[in-house]
Design a protein around this ligand. Structure first.
Ligand code: AMP
Ligand code: MG
Length: 423
């Protein structure tokens, strides 16, 4: 278990690429990121019902079998199979019945039957149940056609999960069905990771925080911060709004200091390239631990990775389309690993293209996409990465491989629904 008081330390050069690497393929960048990071979130104990969306820090072990005892799967009549045969069976009924929550206390003599309801524990002497709809009865005797399969319509004790078995493994993020399983197995409390605190910061002299404010023509509203904060929230993290800072190294440094104290990881957007106005990367470089990865992908440009006071900083592009794609491709698996649920890979599937495109070799491309009524992937009309409306239009991404590709309608392409990125 992680000691909450001793954060593991990442090495200053953990994000460094080997000398001479120019454009890094996406898969190499992902492999490096995966190798560089550690789970860092401490743990706490919660009641199962309060643990939705949290990540198990220890295996959840069944305190009780499900079902705890052998019981009936249907409403019908129960008896010992050994006393039945082929042809019409007529068994006298014992008085009383067995129901869920109202067990029958006596034993059913061999050759007799008992009225039994779904979920009732099988009384002593009963191992088989015949469905009510397959029976005739006058209240004193029950008649049905044999042969009946031994143990028909019954559930074995522990057939689902046996007491002492691992029901859910550490790293699992708890979803509504998992809460059902925990409760069924008598697991009241679970050890979970504390939510990863994700600081989000926007940079740029042109950025205006409040979309309700009056904005001058040279100003634009901050689209990335609500997107990245809500993504962090959807990923089960604790979003920490670090606000917006102007392109001023001192102000960015002060905000990163604040972020490093309040968050486990920081996502910045804007200023991450190598240009004159790219103050985030300039600052991170000046303070020594920047690794600027030129990733062979579109949209993307460089992804700036750095440690600021030991806290990983993901310098995402300012462009909202590129910021989202980089966040989904790089930040999501990284945050998942740091949060304790391991590295994640989006589940994609192959669908026919509804579009045509030629792409060059040497970089991976992500297109805003959605499925049409025939299950084919259509892509947003413009690849312009300033087209934020395309992000809302899309229900996922089409991922085109690093190699050259000539796509015509009907060509299989890999579609990654946004749901597979956790939102
Ligand atoms: P940069 O990465 O800072 O060079 O920014 C690239 C483009 O993204 C520029 O057109 C910026 O105005 C725009 N941009 C940067 N940050 C944001 C933001 N938070 N919301 C919307 N657009 C942004
Ligand atoms: Mg900028």
């Amino acid at each position: 278990m992680t000691d909450p008081l001793t954060p593991p330390r990442l090495r200053d050069d953990c994000f460094a690429m080997p000398q001479g690497v120019a454009w890094v393929p996406v898969d190499d960048a992902l492999a490096r990121l995966r190798a560089a990071l550690l789970p860092i979130a401490g743990t706490e104990r919660l009641a199962g019902r309060d643990a939705l969306g949290r990540i198990l820090a220890a295996d959840a072990v069944a305190r009780r079998s499900n079902p705890p005892r052998a019981n009936s799967a249907v409403d019908g009549y129960g008896f010992a199979h050994a006393a039945t045969g082929t042809g019409v069976q007529r068994l006298p009924l014992v008085s009383g019945r067995a129901a869920a929550g109202q067990p029958f206390s006596g034993a059913v003599p061999r050759g007799q039957a008992i009225r039994i309801l779904t979920g009732a524990i099988l009384p002593e002497g009963v191992d088989t149940v015949v469905l009510e709809e397959d029976c005739a009865t006058d209240g004193a005797t029950v008649a049905f056609d044999g042969p009946v399969k031994p143990r028909a319509n019954t559930r074995r004790a522990g057939e689902d999960v046996a007491e002492g078995a691992v029901a859910l493994t550490a790293g699992q993020r708890l979803r509504p069905p998992d809460l059902a399983l925990l409760a069924a197995l008598g697991i009241a409390g679970v050890e979970v990771h504390r939510p990863l605190r994700v600081g989000v910061l926007s940079t740029g002299d042109e950025i205006v925080d409040d979309p309700g404010a009056a904005a001058a023509p040279h100003q634009i509203f901050d689209a990335n911060r609500p997107m990245l904060l809500s993504l962090a929230e959807r990923w089960g993290c604790l979003p920490v709004d670090l606000g917006h800072v102007r392109d001023d190294p001192a102000a960015i440094a002060a905000t990163l200091d604040r972020g490093a104290a309040a968050a486990d990881v920081i996502l910045t957007s804007g200023g991450a390239s190598a240009g004159d106005e790219d103050h985030v990367s300039a600052l991170l470089r000046a303070r020594g631990t920047l690794s600027s990865w030129r990733i062979a992908m579109k949209p993307g440009r460089p992804l700036a990775l750095a440690l600021w006071r030991g806290v990983p900083v993901f310098g995402l592009p300012g462009n909202p389309v590129a910021a989202l794609v980089c966040a989904l491709v790089f930040a999501r698996p990284a945050l998942s690993l740091m949060a304790g649920s391991g590295w994640t890979e989006p589940e994609g599937f192959s669908v026919p293209a509804a579009f045509a495109k030629r792409k060059k070799a040497g970089r991976r491309e992500y297109l805003r996409a959605r499925l049409d009524s025939e299950g084919r992937a259509e892509v947003f009309a413009s690849e312009g990465s300033g087209r934020i409306s395309g992000l809302s239009w899309a229900t996922g991404l089409v991922e085109l491989p690093d190699a050259a590709a000539g796509i015509t309608p009907g060509t299989p392409v890999r579609y990654l629904p946004f749901a597979s990125f956790g939102f």
